[in-house]
Each structure stands twice: as structure tokens, then as C-alpha cells.
Design a protein. Structure first.
Ligand SMILES: [Zn+2]
Length: 471
């Protein structure tokens, strides 16, 4: 066995002598240089050999960290009755397995045994992954299915983490994300909590408008694997799909354009949950507070015509401007046009275009549209039953939403006419969560949704405190 391979294979011990280590690595590089290689090969060798330095350094520091922890109950804060001072644990780090010893003790108050160092150092119960490894698993599983993630991790870090371990680890992080989310949502139950959430908002000095967009999509359930297609064809599939309620929140001044003229939102908050409307409402409120709800000069709620959305908006954002998405509204007019004049006919187009213009340009455009529809309904005596039905339905739709169609004002204020931002959010989430072959359990979906949302919301550091720039 060469000294180099001995140093690499032996687990514990001190860091190798720096000069000796440099000499060995140089010699190894020389050998591949002679045979010809590209820079990537050199990078890989150095990267790999650096772990020999990193592992013993980490081991030393982890032990010091463990020794520094106070022996207090992590739950109630009381002093623990220390039963035995030294117990070994191994952690899987980016430099390999690192053993350390730590004390544990019994809390007479909680009647439970604790290892206070573990939690303080960022380790979870019965889980080997170090915080960096936890993070790597979480990020990779969010971005790609487990098999692909496993390969990518190996390529990028040299770590061999099996699919099952990786998925388990990512799930564990998802559950941490869920607990964070629940804690935030629970804050909305009290005035002090609401104040705390509002204080987190980084709002600008001047007046600003906060935009809240709401939508929903559905996600497939895992049970009845393989039968979904059959069931759906039979029309019995509805229970296999679950609504995911989603919202996005941003300030109007956070909208911009790319060099190519595409609209972008530079920073925004996200909410996505399948835990039902009541839970969604709290989560959305918590997020809106953290994005400056209480400091906004005006608030704008944008969505399609779904009844539950406007009930929620009336309930929680009563003083906000409510606007129904222009594209959805125009679709309703096109439905009438098609029913009256036929699909794709010039007459249909001729009929619908002035109405769309009124909506955008007239102060009470929606009333003019309603009048027109009512006139047709009353005066045309050769309407079929289907046409009458369509007209009645759409008159009802426009009457119900007429106060949410201030498009003229919206244009004047340079506000969005539609809920395109939430629709693109939904399709981004769906990209990951509806990918072919992705069948996750109910709980799993929610944990991964929570994890993806923490990531999108720029709060990764709340799960992984090391996620900040090193000095
Ligand atoms: Zn306790």
C-alpha cells in the first residue's frame, strides 16, 4: 500500500502533513499530465484529494463543536441529568463519514432523553446526513427524479448516495419545511403573530402596490397505481386528483422587462398547498404579510372567475381592488360569439371585437357588454335553446364580475390586466409535480410542495443556515 492510498483509506486521525500531501498530489498530477489529459481530469483529481485534508479537519472541528454545547433540554431549556458523557455518532458529510462523541442526558421535566448537541449542530434524529448533504439531497430531488438526481450528485460531488437514502433525506427536509410553514401560518392567528410576519417584510420607503394572484391546479394521487388511465376513461377518476391551491405575491415595482422585452418579476412570494382552502388562506395571508401587505398603499387581487377565489378575496382582502383576468373574460365573450355566429367565422370576430375594446377602453365597459347581451337575449326571436342558455349564463357571469373588470383604470395605472404571473407559477410547479411517472403519496406531495416553496421564496437559509456568503 502506498502512503497516499493508506492516508486515503484510513478513517480517523490527523490531517496529513501539508508538504507531504502537496508532494503526493503533484506527483499524481504529473503522472496524468504525461499521458495527456484535459483540465477536467486535473480538477477531478485535486477535488478528490482535497477531501483527505477536509475530512480530518472537519472531524476535529465537529468534535470541538459537540464539546461546546450546553447540556440543556432542547425542548424546555432545563438542565439535563447527564447519564453518560460520551456517545459516538457518525455523520455523512461531503468529505465522507465523520465520527464524533457527545453527551446525552435525561430531562426530568419532559421525561425524555436528549442529545442536545445533535440538534444544535444541524443533525436530525436517526439521520446520518450532515447539513450540506441534507441540502444537496433536497435540492437535487426538487430538480429531478431520484435516479437522475443520484447520478448528478455523484458527478458534482463525488458522493454515492443511493436513491432511497436521497429520497428519504429530501423528504425529511420537506417535513422540516412543512413545520416552518405551519409555524408561519399559525402566526396569523394572533395580533402579535401578524405583527411579527409584517415586520419581516422588506418594503420600500415610498408608496407601493402589492399584487396577489390566485389560481389552482390538480395533482395526481398515488393510490390505484396503473389504474388511473382506465378509471379516468370510465369517468371515475376524480378522486385521484387533488386540488393544489396556489398564489403568488409581488410588488408592482418588482415587475420588469428583459432585454428581449419579455415581462419578468424580479422578486416574489409563492404559496402552494393541497391541504384545503382554509389552510391555503392562512398561508397566503402569512406570505402577503411578509411581502408588505400592511405597508402597501393599495392591494390588487387578480384571478380567473372561480367562486372560491372571490369568496376568499372578499373575506381577507376586502379593501383591495379585485380584478378578474382579462383573458378569461374574453373567453366568455368568445363563447357567446361562437354560439351566435359559429366557430371561427368573420361574423363572430366582428361581433366580439368591439365588446373587447369597450372592456378595455370604456369606464363602464362591463355594463355596456351586459346591456348588449341582454338586448340580444330580449330582441332576437330566433335564438335556439342552447343560445338562450349561453346568453343567460354569460349575462350572469358578467353581472357577477362587473366590478372586477376595471381594465381601463388598470391600463391607466400600468397594472396587469390578467393573472399571467400565477399561471406561469402553476406551470412551473406542475413541471416538477406532474412529470410523467411522478406518483407521490399525499403527505409526500405536501412535503415536497413546502420544500419547493421555501426554496422559491428565498428562505432556504431558514432550513440551511449555512446558505449565506462566507466571509
Ligand atoms: Zn425538557
Amino acid at each position: 500500500m502506498t502512503p497516499a492510498s493508506k492516508a486515503r483509506s484510513n478513517g480517523g486521525g490527523k490531517p496529513p502533513d501539508a508538504n507531504q500531501w502537496m508532494g503526493q498530489v503533484r506527483a499524481e498530477l504529473e503522472r496524468v499530465l504525461v499521458n495527456g489529459c484535459d483540465i477536467g481530469v486535473l480538477e477531478r483529481i485535486i477535488e478528490h484529494r482535497l477531501k483527505e485534508l477536509g475530512r480530518p479537519l472537519l472531524e476535529e472541528a465537529v468534535q470541538k463543536l459537540a464539546d461546546r454545547q450546553a447540556l440543556l433540554c432542547p425542548r424546555c431549556g432545563r438542565e439535563l441529568h447527564v447519564e453518560r458523557h460520551q456517545r459516538q455518532r457518525k455523520v455523512s458529510s461531503v468529505f465522507g463519514k465523520v465520527p464524533f462523541r457527545r453527551s446525552y442526558g435525561f430531562c426530568p421535566n419532559c421525561q425524555e432523553r436528549f442529545y442536545p448537541a445533535d440538534n444544535a449542530m444541524g443533525l436530525q434524529e436517526r439521520a446520518p446526513a450532515s447539513p450540506r448533504v441534507q441540502e444537496i439531497c433536497a435540492l437535487m430531488v426538487l430538480e429531478s427524479p431520484a435516479a437522475q438526481a443520484e447520478e448528478n450528485i455523484r458527478r458534482l460531488t463525488g458522493l454515492d448516495i443511493g436513491q432511497a437514502s436521497m429520497h428519504r433525506e429530501a423528504r425529511r427536509q420537506g417535513e422540516r419545511a412543512l413545520r416552518l410553514r405551519e409555524a408561519d401560518a399559525a402566526l396569523t392567528n394572533s395580533l402579535e403573530g401578524v405583527r411579527e410576519l409584517a415586520q419581516r417584510a422588506q418594503a420600500p420607503k415610498g408608496a407601493f402596490t402589492l399584487v396577489i394572484e390566485i389560481d389552482a391546479w390538480n395533482i395526481r394521487e398515488r393510490d390505484h397505481w396503473g389504474e388511473s388511465e382506465k378509471l379516468r376513461k370510465k369517468g371515475e377518476d376524480t378522486s385521484r386528483w387533488h386540488w393544489v391551491y396556489a398564489g403568488t405575491i409581488f410588488r408592482l415595482d418588482q415587475r420588469g422587462k428583459t432585454a428581449s422585452g419579455r415581462s419578468v418579476i424580479t422578486e416574489r412570494g409563492y404559496v402552494a398547498t393541497r391541504q384545503g382552502l382554509e389552510s391555503f388562506e392562512k398561508q397566503l395571508y402569512a406570505e402577503a404579510l411578509q411581502r408588505g401587505l400592511t405597508k402597501a398603499k393599495s392591494v390588487l387581487v387578480l384571478a380567473d372567475g372561480a367562486v372560491w377565489i372571490w369568496n376568499l378575496a372578499e373575506d381577507r382582502y376586502k379593501d383591495a381592488t379585485h380584478r378578474v383576468d382579462f383573458y378569461h373574460v374574453s373567453e366568455h365573450l368568445w363563447t357567446v360569439a361562437r354560439d351566435l355566429y359559429g366557430q371561427g367565422t368573420p361574423q363572430a370576430r366582428q361581433w366580439v371585437q368591439p365588446l373587447l375594446r369597450w372592456l378595455k377602453r370604456r369606464k363602464d365597459g362591463a355594463l355596456d357588454v351586459i346591456n348588449t347581451l341582454q338586448q340580444i337575449r330580449a330582441e332576437l326571436d330566433n335564438l335556439t335553446a342552447k343560445q338562450q342558455e349561453t346568453l343567460d349564463r354569460e349575462i350572469g357571469y358578467f353581472k357577477g364580475h362587473k366590478d372586477r373588470m376595471d381594465y381601463k383604470n388598470a391600463k391607466a395605472l400600468d397594472q396587469p390586466l390578467g393573472s399571467g404571473a400565477i399561471e406561469s407559477t402553476c406551470s412551473q410547479y406542475q413541471c416538477r409535480f406532474k412529470r410523467t411517472g411522478q406518483f407521490w403519496s399525499l403527505e409526500g406531495d405536501e412535503a415536497f410542495l413546502a420544500l419547493a416553496t421555501v426554496h422559491r421564496n428565498g428562505r432556504w437559509h431558514r432550513l440551511f443556515p449555512h446558505d449565506r456568503k462566507l466571509e
